[in-house]
Each structure stands twice: as C-alpha cells, then as structure tokens.
Design a protein around this ligand. Structure first.
Ligand code: PLP
Length: 362
C-alpha cells in the first residue's frame, strides 16, 4: 500500500502540510536564482519575494524569515514593550507550540481567552483587556490565528476580524494575525488575503506549509515596523546571506498557490466523511473547513502513540495533538487515493483496538 515518490517508497504522510517537498519548478528556480548578500539588502530574489508578498497580502512591506515561529516572535517584539500583556486564544500556536518565545524574547505575558472553535470574538477579548495601573500590566497586543490550527483549521469570519481590529484600534491596541495558513482561509472563504489582512497591523504567513515551499515565512506590516523587524530578525540569528536560493522557491509557491489549496480542502472533507462513518471515533465535521481534520480516539482505550503506530504499520503517518486527539493534514503531496487509503488504515486500526462494533451511546 505504499506509493512511490521520486523513486522512493513513501508512506501517506498526513502529519502536517510542512512535509511537502519542493516541486521540479521550485528546484529549477532555486538552481537558477540570482543571489546576493541579503543582510546587506543585496539579494535580488529575496527583495522580489518580499515585494511580491507585500503586494499580495496588501501591506507596505514584508520580511522573509526562516520560520513562522520567528515571524510571530518578531511581530510580538515590534508591537510590545517588556512586561506587557499579549492577548491570545487559549490553544493558539503562539501559546502552545512556540516555546514561550513571547516571554523569552519579548518579556511579555500571555493572557489567554478561551473560544468556540478557535475563533475569538470582540466581546470576549474586551473583557480580558487590562489597562495599566499600579496593579496591572497593560494589554498592548491582540493575536488572532487564521486558520486556527488546533481547532481543526477553522476560518475567521471577516466581520469578526474587522470587529476585533476596530475595537482594538479604538483602544490604541495592535492586532497581529498569525496567518500561517491564511491562504487556506482565503481558499475556503473566497475572500482575497489582502482583504482578510486589511485591518490587522501585521500578518505572518508560511510558505513552507500548504504553499509547498521548502523553507520560510513572511512577516508583513508597515514599512516602519518591517524596518524594525529586520533588526530583530538579525538578533534572532535570522540574517541569512544568499537566501535567494530559498526565496526563489517561495516565489514559485506564491505564483501557483491558492487555487490548488481547494483540492486539499476537498481531500480533508473526504477524510472527515470517511471518519464520520466510524462511531468509535469522535468527529465534528462542521470544524473541517480547510485542510485539517482532528478526531478523538478516547473511546478506543489506546494512546495516540499506539494509534499512530497502527497507522504507520499500514503505511499512513499521523500525529496525536493531545492525549486523546489525532490530527490529519492534507497537502499537495497527498492525493485523493492516498486519503482513501488513510480512511481504510484508520478503520482497520479502530477495529484492531475495538473488535466489537460499539453501540452508540444513548
Ligand atoms: C506552523 C505554524 C506556525 C509556525 O510554524 P514554523 O514551524 O515555525 O514555521 C505558526 N502558527 C501556526 C498557526 C502554525 O500552524
């Protein structure tokens, strides 16, 4: 049941959309890339990528960074002072998966707000905002994640983003969008990315996920903020030299992206519909709006590691995201047939742990 890729036998890899390998067109562009020393601002391909990204996302300027984590870290730093609070969603990537960089690099405290399906609403944010006083540190930044990874790739409604930005700006606060997968949000909603990001003060998006480039993310915002961001990037060790080799792949990724993401979303839909037929799993198919499917295995009485092991034996790779939940992520390097294979592997694994059909609970 293994398929071939570039002559090698490969499993169906649904661990993340970061696992995509560069296409032949990307490799050709990388081989031919015109380069210079980007720390001197002299790499023409990086400069072209930054200009192109800024235009697409609708901001004055953009900065090429090695990772999304670095992009978020720099954004927090440029919008805050030491000792302030950053308001973010309780299971945001920034909170759970970025090694507390907000504290480590910016000296800020995360004030988390719980949400329905990863989507913060202005009234919940407003209640959690703190004004500086002799007793309280002030909130200065609000971070929103679009799409929301751990909620299963959920998409922010446009009016919710606009309300959050209006409310924040009225109070003199900044809004950063962790838009690692903002192109997925756009493909799902039909709203162009520059409209999605229009009112936020900064936005980070990844080239290395659904867009399929091997490395890199962009942080976009005002020219003044991005000039400052460039200095923080250097401090973090992100001053890359002939980075045009990498930027060249990013330019290819940006050129042929967004329409393609729609098929990743259709594949995720196929997966969740397959899983919904298995009563032993907990599946909320309304959450599946983009390329991420999260499902619960708590009724199986096994750990997510054990479940991953069973899938691996059947040629499918998937990770647990908590002690009870697994995540599947579709991307360019998995086909519809691969997803059908994954459903079969998951069904077999489910019956391996629960040989008897489970009557539904009522
Ligand atoms: C992947 C991701 C990032 C950044 O990831 P890197 O691995 O550092 O590039 C940031 N936010 C979200 C929501 C993500 O999914």
């Amino acid at each position: 049941m293994l398929r071939r890729y570039d002559g090698a036998v490969m499993p169906v890899d649904l661990r993340s959309d970061t696992v995509t390998r560069p296409t032949a067109a990307m490799r050709a562009a990388m081989a031919d890339a015109e380069v210079g020393d980007d720390v001197y601002g002299e790499d023409p391909t990086v400069n072209r990528l930054e200009q192109c990204a800024a235009a697409i996302i609708g901001k004055e300027a953009a900065l090429f960074v090695p990772s999304g984590t670095m992009g978020n870290t720099i954004a927090i730093k440029m919008h805050t002072n030491h000792g302030e609070e950053v308001l973010c969603e309780a299971h945001s990537h920034m909170m759970d998966w970025e090694l507390s960089m907000m504290a480590w690099f910016s000296g800020c405290l995360a004030r988390t707000v719980a949400s329905e399906a990863g989507i913060l609403r202005w009234p919940n944010i407003e209640q959690a905002i703190r004004k500086g006083s002799p007793h309280c540190a002030s909130t200065t930044l609000i971070a929103i994640e679009n799409t929301h990874n751990m909620a299963g790739g959920t998409v922010y409604p446009l009016e919710t983003i606009d309300q959050i930005c209006d409310g924040a700006h009225e109070r003199g606060l900044k809004v950063h969008m962790d838009g690692a997968r903002v192109f997925n949000a756009s493909a799902a909603s039909g709203v162009p990315v520059d409209r999605i990001a229009r009112n936020v003060d900064s936005v980070m998006f990844c080239l290395s996920k659904g867009l399929g480039a091997p490395v890199g993310s962009l942080l976009a915002g005002t020219r003044q903020d991005i000039d400052q961001a460039r200095l923080y990037r250097k401090r973090l060790g992100g001053g890359m030299r002939q980075a045009g080799i990498l930027a060249a792949a990013g330019l290819v990724a940006l050129a042929d992206v967004p329409e393609r993401l729609v098929s990743d979303h259709a594949n995720a839909r196929l997966l969740v519909e397959g899983l919904a037929d298995l009563p032993q799993l907990s599946v909320d198919s309304s959450r599946v709006q983009t390329n991420i499917v999260i499902f619960g295995i708590e009724k199986l009485g096994c750990s997510t590691n054990e479940f991953s092991g069973e899938l691996k034996r059947r040629g499918v790779l998937a990770n647990g995201v908590s002690s009870t939940h697994m995540r599947l992520v579709t991307h360019r390097d998995v086909t519809r047939a691969d997803c059908e294979q994954a459903i079969e592997a998951i069904s077999e694994a489910v019956y391996r742990f629960q040989p008897q059909a489970v009557p539904s609970e009522q």
